[in-house]
Design a protein around this ligand. Structure first.
Ligand code: DUC
Ligand code: ZN
Ligand code: ZN
Length: 471
């Protein structure tokens, strides 16, 4: 006897595509086969794609942003938006405040998420202050408690770590088996260019892209990979925006390094010229690394096609546009250096890649599942509970309708921002019915689940990092 049967859908995992029924009991997939019977509820998925719920492992929600700036999403709106875009798990970042403890940051972040989520959530840490106390005690304790990944920044004053600090932090990753993610951009190069642009009074949003050139990302990527080689530790290079940085990853792998590569929606869809919009509208596209040009987009596509990128994420980092605490804050409306970095995108990630990747014939549906769900679970210690359709796995399912295409309009999205960088773009399919651990959350596009259905997920060590530690 099942609680629910999802009947006759075309199931795709990272490995396989086939037509079958899925039997669900107590939130778990307990049977996969033809002609399953005996359920309280049968969902007919004939002619639909049944995929694992998406996992977006790069999302920013309710992150302190300083300077009177406030992120547009709390856990309720951020996870609701993720859910409507076909996701059942997201991994936002819990940031250590400079000089603050990790415990304090985690207590605060858990309090923000508790009872608010529509998807399951787990947290990466951001290390902003790698003091001996943090590296020696707090971080290892947090890893043991299931916070098994953390991010460091090579850019942003107040957040960036120098090379010595990165090495010391990587050493903790090696010792604990945690996985380290690196934001690769050369802060000094960016600072130099920003000062130069400011002295020339070139303060419009486009200057954001011009002061964060490809070379600043390529150099930092090379350096991060070199430092990881010194420590002999695996590393995740997040939000790769261009071919040169991507080639650094390929070169490191050819030396035998264990490198996970991530790219994001904005690097296959947007270009720097979007920042050059009418008036100050370019602020809507300010994110770091910035979108590049069509040549770089093609290189990123080639990386997706050739499997260079393991992860395709949104880097959802939402601010409102018309808002004193958002993009058009009093300083930001006059000087690109004060426009908060980041764009919303958690709801559009999957339909855009499905349309432009799968339906356009660039990647297989199995590669799509790998890059949007399975590999995220494997990378961050959630597999096989999450990220696949298999007996014993959580019944996190997205039922896709290829007749539910639409033109993206922010009015139809669910995040807390007031615009979408993907406004006007057409997608040819949408995940219209979503189950979270067997619970029907969205049915034919309408919310039927409740806030608080999403749970916090402590994580195992990454299988990838474990491998390195054992070696
Ligand atoms: N880095 C991110 O990972 N997200 C948004 C902004 C940034 O700099
Ligand atoms: Zn980043
Ligand atoms: Zn990010």
């Amino acid at each position: 006897m099942f609680d629910i049967i999802v009947a006759n859908g075309t199931i795709s995992t990272a490995a396989d595509t086939y037509v079958a029924d899925i039997g669900i009991k107590d939130g778990i997939i307990t049977a996969i086969g033809r002609n399953l019977e005996g359920a309280d509820r049968v969902i007919d998925a004939t002619g639909k794609d049944v995929l694992p719920g998406g996992i977006d492992s790069h999302v920013h929600i309710a992150q302190p942003s300083g300077d009177g700036i406030v992120m547009a999403d709390d856990f309720a709106s951020g996870t609701l938006s993720a859910l409507h875009g076909g996701n059942t798990t997201i991994l936002p970042f819990c940031m250590q405040e400079k000089g603050g403890s990790l415990r304090a940051a985690l207590t605060d972040y858990h309090a923000k998420a508790e009872g608010e989520c529509y998807t399951d959530v787990s947290f990466h840490l951001i290390i902003s202050d790698p003091s001996p106390q943090l590296l020696g005690q707090e971080l290892p304790a947090a890893v043991a408690d299931g916070y098994t990944s953390f991010k460091v920044f090579m850019t942003y004053e107040g957040l960036r770590l120098n090379d010595a600090e990165i090495l010391a932090t990587m050493d903790v990753a090696r010792e604990t088996g945690a996985l380290m993610m690196v934001h690769c951009e050369n802060e000094d190069a960016i600072r130099f260019l920003c000062d130069k642009f400011a002295s020339e009074n070139r303060l419009a949003p486009l200057s954001h892209a011009l002061t964060r050139p490809v070379v600043a990302e390529r150099e930092a990527t090379h350096r991060a990979l070199s430092l990881a080689e010194v420590v002999d530790v695996p590393v995740v290079i997040v939000h790769v925006s261009n071919g040169a940085a991507m080639e650094e990853i390929e070169r490191a792998r050819s030396r035998g390094r264990n490198v996970i590569g991530e790219t994001c929606t904005q690097y296959i869809t947007l270009t720097a010229s979007d920042l050059d919009g009418m008036d100050w509208e370019g602020a809507k596209f300010v994110c770091s690394p910035p979108p590049r040009d069509e040549t770089e987009q093609k290189k990123i596509w080639s990386g997706l096609e050739r499997g260079v990128f393991n992860l395709f994420s949104s880097d959802h980092c939402p601010f409102r546009y018309e808002d004193d605490r958002g993009k058009l804050n009093p300083k930001g409306r006059e000087d690109f250096r004060h426009i908060p970095n980041g764009i919303p995108g958690v709801e559009c990630r999957l339909p855009i890649l499905f349309t432009e990747g799968v339906l356009a014939g660039r990647i297989s549906i199995n590669d799509f599942v790998a890059m949007t769900a399975t590999n995220h679970a494997k990378t961050y210690g959630l597999y096989p509970k999450k990220g696949t359709i298999a007996v014993g796995s959580d019944a996190d399912l997205a039922i896709w309708d290829r007749a539910a295409g639409r033109t993206i309009a922010h009015a139809g999205l669910h995040d807390g921002s007031d615009y979408s960088p993907y406004e006007g773009r057409t997608v040819d399919a949408w995940p219209t019915t979503i189950l979270l651990r067997g619970k029907l959350m969205v049915e034919d596009g309408a919310l039927v689940g409740t806030k608080g259905a999403g749970a916090y997920l402590p994580r195992e060590l990454s299988a990838l990092a474990k491998k390195a530690q054992a070696a």
